[in-house]
Design a protein around this ligand. Structure first.
Ligand SMILES: [Zn+2]
Length: 290
């Protein structure tokens, strides 16, 4: 039986079958809480060597970042900096998990005058971030083993959906890396607007399930946002959350989300309509839909 990464129930049923980069994928739905996920035991993408070598090659046909990829990262980084500044958050020490080539960290170092560090499993990307003078570890475990001083902002940009045990990783971040009065910044694809099915996406988050995941890991959600920048002006492609460690105990009960399949169908229909009636606003020029 497959265990739900959110509520740990063993009551999953197949939700859909798709193909991604030539690999057949099976997404399951938890019969208890409604969460959509791939069984990490059965998918290639949960293997640690997948990210070190295979991931960027499959996604971009090259281990180096493409111009489009860098442009997207640059626009995302500016958007996150604007968001943090609008919230009045001024961290002294920032950690970006899934730091890629270090663009976000470079932006935050400059814009917030913060000390920055990263975690990035991809060898070529890690080397690029290090070339910017950023200290980057290959894994969360390697970073924790180096006993770093606590960070007052930890960001996970388009990372949570790739982790085989998101709940465990979030708890580990809260317990071992984030300072008790620090902030957590998370962004993931929105299952109700983004294509979302991809070999490396082990879970598909809805606004409800993302909130539940953070609460269960011991975080209090402060701000939630849905937006499409830098890909779309009309579609809420991404879910963003700003959270902080909750003072009390972790929440154990997960509230069930019903109607996930219907909401997905409705979101994808809306996307199709907007693509047809407002193509230029719906897909900004960064090559192809997501
Ligand atoms: Zn569940």
């Amino acid at each position: 039986m497959s265990t739900c990464p959110l509520c740990q129930a063993e009551a999953a049923r197949e939700f859909t079958r798709v193909e991604s980069f030539g690999y057949p994928l099976s997404y399951l739905q938890c019969g208890h809480c409604g969460f959509i996920f791939q069984d990490p035991e059965k998918t290639e993408a949960a293997n640690p060597s997948f990210y070190a070598e295979t991931y960027r090659k499959i996604y971009q046909a090259s281990p180096e970042p493409t111009a489009k990829d860098l442009r997207q990262q640059e626009l995302r980084a500016s958007d996150q900096l604007d968001f943090l500044q609008a919230q009045g958050i001024k961290p002294k020490r920032v950690l970006d998990i899934g730091a890629s080539s270090g663009l976000l960290l470079a932006k935050l170092r400059e814009g917030l005058r913060a000390e920055v560090g990263g975690v990035e499993p991809g060898d070529a990307y890690r080397a690029m971030a290090q070339a910017r003078g950023i200290s980057v570890s290959p894994s969360i475990e390697a970073l924790i083993a180096s006993k770093p001083e606590r960070f007052d902002l930890v960001s996970l940009m388009h990372v949570l959906e790739h982790l085989p045990d998101p709940l465990g990783s979030l708890r580990q971040i809260r317990e071992e890396l984030l300072s008790p009065d620090g902030f957590l910044l998370v962004e993931v694809p929105n299952f109700y607007a983004h294509d979302a099915y991809e070999l490396a996406h082990l879970a598909c988050y809805t606004p409800h399930s993302l909130r539940q995941m953070l609460r269960r890991a011991g975080f209090e959600v402060l701000v939630e946002r849905q937006h499409g920048w830098p890909r779309s002006r009309t579609l809420p492609l991404y879910l963003g959350i700003l959270a902080k460690p909750a003072p009390g105990a972790e929440e154990t009960a997960v509230q069930t989300e019903s109607g996930v399949g219907l909401k997905r169908s409705w979101g994808m229909l809306k996307r199709k309509i907007l693509t047809r009636i407002m193509p230029a606003k719906t897909w900004l020029p960064l090559e192809g839909p997501q």
